[in-house]
Design a protein around this ligand. Structure first.
Ligand code: RP5
Length: 150
């Protein structure tokens, strides 16, 4: 995430991954405040076994796009409502990548963070039967928690 202030939202991604038994390495990395940290993190990300990168950022949210430019790993972007523009700025900055460097963009805020984690799990589930099973159970538990009547 671009700032420690984004953690309130991005912890939902961390919690969801943890619930699914998927390890994650949560970092504060800003494309503009700590650009060297960003390039260093991505330089050996694949070698360290990272399979997807979830980027949460607000304002002129270029973090996910810049990250995607530095790696062949799938990059999942979560726009965060942290500016006076209410997250629309972050959404547009993240989703509207010029052709050539894709960022899979999720909804603004907590649900986006949750869905980014679930989407990362779906990617991993293609090759990891354990993740697939836990993802299926997550869905079952979610369905079971919805009352049939209010
Ligand atoms: C972005 O600027 C961060 O992702 C954050 O959402 C926003 C504001 O950062 P702070 O000034 O709160 O650290 O880079």
């Amino acid at each position: 995430m671009g700032s420690k202030n984004d953690y309130e939202i991005m912890r939902k991604a961390e919690e969801t991954l943890t619930e699914l038994g998927i390890g994650c390495d949560t970092r504060v990395i800003s494309a503009h405040r700590t650009p060297a940290r960003l390039t260093a993190f991505l330089a050996d990300a694949e070698a360290r076994g990272i399979e997807a990168v979830i980027c949460g950022a607000g304002g002129a949210a270029h973090l996910a796009g810049v990250a995607a430019a530095h790696t062949l790993l799938p990059v999942l972007g979560v726009p965060i409502d942290s500016s006076p523009l209410g997250g629309l700025d972050a959404l547009l900055s993240t989703v509207q990548m010029p052709g050539g460097i894709p960022v899979a963009t999720f909804g603004v805020g907590r649900s986006g963070a949750q869905n980014a984690a679930l989407f990362a799990a779906a990617i991993l589930a293609r090759k990891d039967a354990g993740v697939r099973e836990r993802l299926a159970k997550y869905r079952e538990a979610q369905s079971a928690a919805v009352p049939e009547r209010p």
